[in-house]
Design a protein around this ligand. Structure first.
Ligand SMILES: O=c1ccn([C@H]2C[C@H](O)[C@@H](CO)O2)c(=O)[nH]1
Ligand SMILES: [Zn+2]
Length: 143
C-alpha cells in the first residue's frame, strides 16, 4: 500500500499522461499512471483508430507498456486513471479484465476526474466473480 499523498501524485501523473491522448474520433482523453515496485511511473493514454475497435484505452497502454519494458505481471503497486467525467472515471470491462491478468486482484486502483473527485478501489472490486488465470489451472477437468 502507498499513502494518500502518493495517490494524489499518481493521479497528477495520470493527468500529465492524458495530454498525449490521440482522440480524433471521441475527443475524450484519458490518462493512466502505473506505479511499479521501484517507485517508477509508467504513463498511458488512449489511442484511437479510424476502424474504432483497434482503439487502445489509457489503462491498457500503461500496463502493456510496462510489461513490454520488462516489468513482471503482478509486480505493480497501483494504477491511477483520469478523464473529464462528472465523477471519478470508470474503466471499461476489457481494461478490468487486463488489470486482473497483469496486476492481480488486490492492486489498488485510483480513479479520478479533472475536478479532483477521487475514488479508491481495487481490481477485485472492479471485476467481481471474474474469470481469471486460476480458472485454467486444471485443463483436464474439461476433457
Ligand atoms: O476508462 C476508460 C474509458 C474510456 N477510454 C477511452 C476509449 C476511447 O478512446 C474513449 C471513449 O470511450 O475513451 C479509456 O481510455 N479509458
Ligand atoms: Zn478500457
Amino acid at each position: 500500500m502507498i499513502s494518500n499523498m502518493d495517490y494524489t501524485q499518481l493521479l497528477q501523473e495520470a493527468v500529465e499522461a492524458r495530454k498525449s491522448a490521440y482522440i480524433p474520433y471521441s475527443g475524450f482523453g484519458v490518462g493512466a499512471a502505473l506505479l511499479d515496485q521501484d517507485g517508477r511511473v509508467h504513463h498511458g493514454c488512449n489511442i484511437e483508430n479510424a476502424a474504432y475497435s483497434p482503439t487502445n484505452c489509457a489503462e491498457r497502454t500503461a500496463i502493456h507498456r510496462a510489461i513490454a519494458d520488462g516489468h513482471h505481471p503482478g509486480s505493480f503497486k497501483a494504477l491511477a486513471v483520469v478523464g473529464d467525467t462528472d465523477g471519478p472515471i470508470a474503466p471499461c470491462g476489457v481494461c478490468r479484465q487486463v488489470m486482473l491478468e497483469l496486476c492481480g486482484p488486490d492492486m489498488p486502483v485510483i480513479l479520478g476526474n479533472l475536478r479532483g473527485d477521487i475514488r479508491q478501489t481495487t481490481v477485485r472490486e472492479l471485476l467481481p466473480f471474474a474469470f481469471g488465470p486460476s480458472d485454467l489451472d486444471n485443463p483436464k477437468s474439461n476433457s
